[in-house]
Write a protein that binds this ligand. Structure first.
Ligand code: C5P
Length: 222
């Protein structure tokens, strides 16, 4: 069977990572979570006490920042300046920083180059906001996964609570709406549905149902 590239885009908390991981293990594909790369830049900015809106300083530290993605047993590990930050980038306070730094053109250009390099060999499921529209415009299958902001906030709330974080549902809902707004209105590579993407609204679907839908689409393409 020929190997293809699959782009999975959508707003925060729509289930992109969950679906991508399951799909990757089922198909023997590689899953690349591009949000993790923006989170690594966000973490660096946070650690250095830099305002996430100070693009001049961010571009400056970006030049001396090393971000590496390593795939170990199908799991994506993220290294920031040599340190494994795979767990740290999931801290709730990193989310808004990632969203803010992702508006900066130079940040996007640097990360997009890495993402395109990782997808060269095909057999990649890449999830993010601009994969089908900008990073991999020739991906053979493009999915836009969405759900209502309330449902996405609920899922994020349960996920973070399970990991032991003290979070407030309404605060998460507010943050998700702000991140959506940031992502959709930024000048460079905003979040939008690619012309040839298939939209799946997962609000009232189970993970298994979404997975089945994507698999059906996959087998139509290969
Ligand atoms: O997907 P995740 O929520 O981990 O992404 C963190 C942030 O990174 C998002 O809020 C979004 O602003 C940004 N992002 C992006 N483009 C991508 C992936 C993520 O702008 N391809």
């Amino acid at each position: 069977m020929k190997k293809i590239n699959i782009a999975i885009d959508g707003p925060a908390g729509a289930g992109k990572s969950t679906i991508s991981k399951l799909l990757a293990s089922q198909l023997g594909y590689i899953h690349i979570d591009t949000g993790a790369m923006y989170r690594a830049v966000g973490l660096k900015v946070l650690k250095n006490n830099i305002s996430p809106h100070d693009s001049r300083k961010i571009v400056e530290i970006l030049n001396s920042t090393d971000i590496q993605i390593k795939l170990v047993d199908g799991r994506q590990l993220v290294f920031l300046d040599g340190e494994d930050v795979t767990e740290k980038i999931r801290q709730p306070e990193v989310s808004m920083y990632a969203s803010d730094v992702s508006k900066i053109r130079e940040v996007r250009e640097r990360l997009v180059k890495m993402q395109q390099e990782l997808a060269k060999q095909k057999g990649v499921i890449m999830d993010g906001r601009d994969i089908g529209t900008h990073v991999l415009p020739n991906a053979e299958l493009k999915i836009f996964l969405t759900a209502t902001a309330e449902e996405r906030a609920k899922r994020r709330f349960l996920e973070l609570k399970q990991k032991g974080y003290e979070v407030d549902y309404y605060q998460l809902l507010d943050e998700i709406k702000k991140r959506d707004q940031n992502d959709m209105t930024r000048e460079f590579a905003p979040l939008r549905v690619a012309e040839d993407a298939i939209v799946i609204d997962s609000t009232s679907l189970s993970i298994e149902e979404v997975l089945q839908k994507v698999l059906e689409l996959f087998y139509k393409v290969v």
